[in-house]
Design a protein around this ligand. Structure first.
Ligand code: DAT
Length: 181
């Protein structure tokens, strides 16, 4: 039986790399998308936690530092067959060949501020994350790391955005499957 080829999708954000989970809605979108499409959702933070894939501790942000090489080694086998949604607030250390599309989620600063505050972020961690959104850090990282036409920004401010993002990704995916099988 011929196995259907499916795409790998990267969900990332426009905010900071080192400060932990930044609250733009990747997890929410990634999990719902996995449920709707049957793709496998992988949260890099959880994967690193489970395998203790860390390399030191960041005193400024009070969080462990990801061991990127070990994360890539751990994921390699999962990525070859396709059908994986990867969720992480950074993207330039993943091999470019892994992904068929990259979605960069965007949240307005006021929304992001209150989401992070209600998550218990304060001081430098809160300020830095919101500032990185203003500077478009991750969007620029994604545009440098991947072919520009693979990188798409999606608004993630209100519940209706979640629905329209899902519809858009599913539509893209159906087309990808048709073109590649
Ligand atoms: P992340 O995985 O990027 O850290 P999350 O999925 O945990 O973000 O979402 C952070 C919070 O924002 C959470 O309380 C759910 C809420 N949220 C997610 N997507 C949203 C949307 N499109 N509209 C409103 N709230 C949203």
């Amino acid at each position: 039986m011929k196995i259907m080829k499916r795409p790998n999708i990267l969900l990332t954000v426009r905010v900071s790399v080192v400060t932990g989970t930044p609250g733009v809605g990747k997890t929410t979108l990634g999990k719902e998308l996995a449920q709707r499409t049957g793709l496998t959702y992988i949260n890099i933070g959880d994967l690193a936690q489970e395998g203790q894939l860390f390399d030191g501790f960041d005193d400024d942000y009070q969080c462990p530092v990801l061991d990127e090489d070990r994360v890539v080694d751990e994921l390699e086998e999962k990525m070859v067959d396709g059908g994986v949604i990867v969720d992480y607030h950074g993207c330039d250390f993943f091999p470019e060949r892994w992904f068929h599309i990259v979605f960069v989620l965007r949240t307005d600063n006021t929304n992001l501020y209150s989401r992070l505050e209600s998550r218990g972020y304060t001081g430098k961690k809160l300020q830095d994350n919101v500032q990185c959104e203003i500077f478009q850090t991750i969007y620029e990282e994604a545009m440098e790391a991947y072919k520009e036409d693979l990188v798409h920004q999606l608004p993630s401010n209100k519940p209706e955005d979640l629905e329209s993002n899902m519809d858009r990704i599913v539509e893209w995916m159906d087309q990808w499957i048709k073109n590649n099988n």
